[in-house]
Design a protein. Structure first.
Length: 306
């Protein structure tokens, strides 16, 4: 097997960028000092994430294609959560020279395919030698002339609703940690999340007052909305959509599990959230997040707590 060290930096770049599909937002793709991406709005939504081997992914748990899909998804979901349309992805890759070139190629295949799901393109990045594989991913998006949906717009009386699956990735991670791989649906959900990217546009059209991507756990992430908006969020546990496959611990996973990249938003009183959204609570005066009237925890992900 050819390694990336044998290909060299420029040989690897040529292999990875050859044939990358480029969408209509890309005026100039990989090959120059920088790419050129259209920004019709005059503003660019930008976000980035770092993924470190054995911290965010393990090669013995996930194939490279799934790692690429997941790396793209978590960034593209952040763009959609601003009410923007994802347009482009930039990828920085650090990897040992002994890494097989075919492994990296499948990683990039996953990145490109997830971009295609969201209507975006991989437009460039960088590669460098390192002792462990690390990905630095930046996603860009376009607001099409509209204001961003932020975490600070929730008001007392608003409805709280969610879109997408909750808890499956967390349950899948628990299985992998125990050395198990069934139910396979849960393991797949952890390896390759499937954000409903259309949720951002749906929420905007329905008049959402706040929106975010659920990446670190529903209760914890809604806490960011509560803090930014200066309100209290009250969740009704009986309304939370808990997939049956999660079993007895399903509610815990749905409330505290991250990485499914569902969306949570607030909507004005009397508004009807779009089809596919589930109302799980309301916004009230006060501070923090409560479930059935009480604080819920501990839970949620923090990179420095683990």
């Amino acid at each position: 097997m050819t390694t990336i060290g044998e290909l060299g930096e420029f040989g690897l770049i040529a292999r990875l960028t050859r044939g990358l599909p480029l969408g209509p937002d890309v005026a100039l793709g990989p090959g120059d000092d920088a790419a050129v991406v259209a920004a019709p709005d005059g503003r660019v939504v930008a976000t980035c994430d770092l993924l470190v081997e054995d911290r965010h992914f393990r090669r013995d748990w996930s194939p490279p294609y799934d790692i690429g899909r997941k790396a793209a998804a978590q960034n593209l979901a952040d763009v959609a959560a601003m009410g923007a349309r994802p347009t482009a992805l930039l990828v920085g890759l650090a990897a040992p020279a002994a890494t097989e070139a075919a492994w990296v190629q499948r990683l990039y295949d996953g990145l490109a395919d997830e971009c295609a799901r969201a209507g975006a393109s991989v437009v460039g990045g960088d590669v460098v030698a390192a002792e462990a594989i690390t990905l630095a991913v930046t996603a860009l998006g376009d607001l099409a002339g509209r204001p961003p949906l932020t975490r600070s717009g929730a008001r007392p009386g608003d409805l709280v609703a969610v879109r997408g699956r909750l808890g499956l990735s967390s349950a899948g991670l628990e299985l992998l940690r125990r050395g198990e791989d069934e139910p396979a649906e849960l393991v797949r959900a952890h390896r390759r999340p499937s954000p409903p990217y259309e949720a951002g546009a749906e929420a905007r059209a329905a008049g959402a007052t706040a929106l975010l991507d659920v990446s670190d756990g529903l209760v914890q992430d809604l806490g960011h909305v509560a803090e930014a908006s200066g309100v209290r969020i009250e969740i009704d546990s009986t309304a939370v959509p808990v997939p049956e496959i999660l079993g007895p611990g399903g509610l815990r996973h749905a409330l505290t599990g991250g990485e499914d990249h569902a969306f949570a938003g607030t909507f004005p009183p009397g508004a009807r959230p779009p089809a596919g959204w589930t109302v799980i609570g309301r916004v009230a005066e006060g501070a923090g997040v409560v479930v059935d009237g009480r604080p819920y925890g501990p839970g949620g992900w923090d990179h420095y707590r683990g």
